[in-house]
Design a protein around this ligand. Structure first.
Ligand SMILES: Nc1ncnc2c1ncn2[C@@H]1O[C@H](COP(=O)(O)OP(=O)(O)OP(=O)(O)O)[C@@H](O)[C@H]1O
Ligand SMILES: [Mg+2]
Length: 710
């Protein structure tokens, strides 16, 4: 069998197929093609062609030309591969995208030796769609292959390792005149049979002698083959031995595996997902991404009438994003979309594992559904790796290594065992690592996460894991430890941005029927100020309100006394921005004031007074505002708080200006600005991170203007 681009030339069946469908090729044309192919790229003279193809007839030479041009038509874009050598004959060029896939059908391995060998699937599965979105990746793999003897394409199930390896082998074939061989371990069920699969792939028949690695090495000694070892992960020990022995005897190994072979000088090439469109991409930008192109190619293959308008394209973009650009998941989704429509598919994607089924009948069983492909990996994990993976399912939007340690602290495993298990999960491509500046974070791909959650449910561990998750976030953002190793405010805010998805998930779990309301109130109190700082003001208000309502209605809510004050302060501060400094905000500042006085918490009392000053001042009631400003000053003085005393002078000055007392206003503002130092006089309470000096200076300039001063 010969492959040229998307053509399959099957000499056994005397058939030429494109996208699996046979093309019309006359028998003479086929004879010529076979003759040219047998010449391995060498010239075949016109005389010889005429003699072989028309053995008992004398024909005009133009008959030959007609057949050649018919063949060129069939070859389409690859027609230039049939080269005319002027006046002499023809050649079939062996260009880079030709693979002599002898191993597919010509191989008749000895049945006694070969237990399972299905690399016909490797090649034929999905071959009706060109390799999509891999130009750069393919070029990189080819470059690595030029310089390294053992290259392993690693990545999660269905990411496209096999497809890429086969394509790379095709392109690299001309550099390996002794040949390219694909050995698939995909359906080898036991490590012991890996050697048999290798022998079959290399067409070694020696049923009488016991098969050993040496027999295999000897049989291909003296050649330099490119050997693709496909799907090694479930026989990784044997595959590694075979790879090492063959590499050491001069062959080049291109392996695919969900985990590395871990042999000396192995070069790992992590296969990335297909590029997916950004969230706000335009229709054109979506269509440029590999993921969307694969989706469309697949959907059109199944349902050519599938209509593609702007809305559909944008939905396809969203689906590809939700599937993290994993080709197998995209293929399964496209098949479903062809059947159900893209909108139905899009709405069902929160249950990915159920909807991503119905794979191609010719695909291996582990590619029939997304669950099957994950089952395949899950089975290869150790008990502790499985347990850690399950727990990781509760994280939304990634996690740090510290988070994993926290979440697994109750397991009967030491930190070292957890570390080992975690490294195992990363190397088995179940956990993806992402470097964000100097911080290393990890994440599960969305389909893997769904799978982990499903496993948590099946093992009755979901609630316990969610509780640990919420506790972890509370520890991370709750009260800071009193020692000097504290993170700066900026660092805490940056950490919070990274953990926003986790915080939201933990709050939702805490306030759910199976959650823990006290945990929810404590966590909301620890985190709503960050929502304010990130300008997520509506969310800040609604989460604070939710937590306060739960607190008010839950009798046994055990939380630190100032947690409620924190919630009230964040709610009031948020309302100023979402609803303006009107009655609602004033009401919440009053609530805060009352609670703070009752709890004798002067810090929050000061916040409330400032808030009330602000609400009155900008609500058009400067007299009431002046009263609040004076109380604020009194309180600051009583607490001997220099910063707040200065800020109090500032707000008094502002209100006096609005009341028309420019002399007093100027005196207050000048006194404040004379002592104010932006870096020293900071008030870090929620809502008060404003630059008070600028506000005071701006007001002072208006005062001077009103006074007519220079
Ligand atoms: N770039 C691509 N263009 C078109 N189809 C692709 C591409 N990458 C992968 N596919 C298709 O996606 C499916 C999964 O790809 P493949 O078998 O290569 O995954 P894999 O990483 O080898 O998975 P496994 O770990 O299970 O062996 C196949 O049907 C393949 O044809
Ligand atoms: Mg594979």
């Amino acid at each position: 069998m010969l492959r040229i681009g998307d053509l399959e030339i099957d000499f056994a069946l005397r058939e030429v197929r494109r996208d699996g469908a046979p093309l019309r090729v006359g028998s003479r044309a086929f004879d010529i093609l076979e003759l040219l192919n047998n010449a391995n790229g060498e010239l075949v003279s016109k005389d010889e062609i005429l003699r072989v193809v028309w053995p008992r007839t004398v024909v005009e030479e133009n008959n030959l030309q007609v057949q050649i041009s018919a063949l060129r038509k069939v070859f389409g874009a690859s027609s230039q591969l049939i080269r005319t050598v002027s006046g002499r004959g023809y050649k079939l060029l062996q260009c880079t995208n030709v693979v002599r896939a002898e191993h597919v059908r010509d191989t008749q391995p000895d049945a006694a030796l070969v237990t399972s060998f299905d690399d016909s699937q490797v090649i034929s599965n999905g071959s009706n769609v060109h390799l999509v979105g891999r130009d750069l990746t393919l070029a990189e793999v080819l470059t690595v292959l030029k310089h390294r003897e053992t290259v392993t394409l690693v990545g999660t199930g269905g990411i496209g390792k096999t497809r890429l390896a086969i394509e790379a082998a095709r392109k690299a074939a001309p550099a390996f005149p002794d040949g390219v061989v694909v050995i698939s371990f995909s359906s080898v069920t036991d490590e012991r049979f890996a050697l048999d699969a290798a022998a079959a792939g290399l067409r070694i028949k020696n049923a009488n002698a016991p098969l050993s690695i040496n027999t295999i090495v000897d049989a291909v000694r003296g050649k330099r083959l490119l050997i693709v070892l496909d799907n090694c992960e479930h026989v990784v020990g044997s595959a590694a031995n075979i790879a090492l022995a063959l590499r050491n005897s001069g062959h080049v190994i291109l392996a695919t595996s969900r985990e590395p072979l871990r042999i000396p000088d192995e070069t790992l090439y992590p296969v990335p997902p297909l590029v997916v469109p950004e969230a706000a991409s335009t229709e054109g930008a979506v269509l440029l991404t590999g993921a969307a192109q694969l989706f469309l190619a697949r959907v059109k293959g199944v349902a050519p009438e599938f209509a593609v308008d702007k809305k559909t394209v944008l939905l396809i973009g969203a689906v590809c994003r939700a599937l993290d650009g994993i080709p197998l998941a995209i293929e399964l989704a496209a098949a479903r979309a062809a059947l159900l429509g893209i909108e139905v598919l899009g709405n069902r994607l929160n249950d990915r594992l159920r909807i991503l089924t119905g794979g191609c009948r010719t695909a291996p069983p582990r590619h029939q559904t997304m669950r099957a492909t994950l089952d395949w990996s899950y089975r290869l994990l150790s008990e502790i790796e499985r347990s850690v993976l399950r727990r990781l399912g509760v994280f939304v939007g990634g996690f740090t290594f510290d988070a994993i340690c926290f979440l697994t602290v109750d397991q009967d495993a030491s930190t070292w065992e957890t570390l080992e298990a975690f490294c195992g999960l990363v190397s088995k491509s179940m956990v993806a690592a992402q470097l964000d500046g100097n911080d290393r974070r990890y994440r599960l791909l969305e389909t893997t996460r769904d799978y982990a959650l499903q496993q948590l449910d099946d093992n009755g561990e979901r609630n316990a894991a969610s509780a640990m998750h919420a506790r972890y976030l509370l520890t991370l953002f709750g009260e800071a430890p009193a020692n000097g190793t504290e993170r700066t405010d900026e660092k805490r805010l940056a950490d919070f941005s990274c953990e926003l998805g986790n915080v939201r998930a933990a709050l939702e779990w805490s306030f759910s029927s199976s959650g823990d309301p006290s945990m929810g109130v404590a966590l909301a109190s620890a985190t709503v100020p960050y929502l304010f700082d990130l300008s997520l003001l509506s969310e800040c208000c609604s989460r604070a309100r939710q937590a306060l309502a739960v607190y008010d209605s839950t009798m046994d809510c055990e939380i630190p006394s100032d947690s409620v004050l924190k919630l009230r302060a964040a709610l009031a501060a948020g309302l100023v921005y979402t609803n303006g400094p009107g009655p609602e905000a004033r009401h919440e500042w009053m609530n805060l004031y009352a609670d703070a006085v009752l709890q004798r918490n002067t810090e929050y009392e000061a916040c409330a007074l400032w808030g009330l000053w602000n609400a009155h001042q900008y609500g058009g009631e400067p007299r009431a505002a002046l009263l609040m400003a004076q109380r604020f000053c009194d309180l600051a003085r009583g607490r001997a708080d220099v910063t707040q005393s200065l800020l109090g002078m500032g707000i008094e000055g502002i209100t006096l200006h609005y009341l028309g007392d420019q002399l007093q206003a100027r005196a207050r503002l000048e006194e404040m600005l004379a002592a104010y130092d932006q870096s020293a006089h900071r008030w870090s309470a929620t809502g008060f991170h404003i630059e008070h000096g600028i506000v005071a200076r701006a007001t002072l300039s208006r005062v001077l203007w009103v006074q007519g001063s220079e």
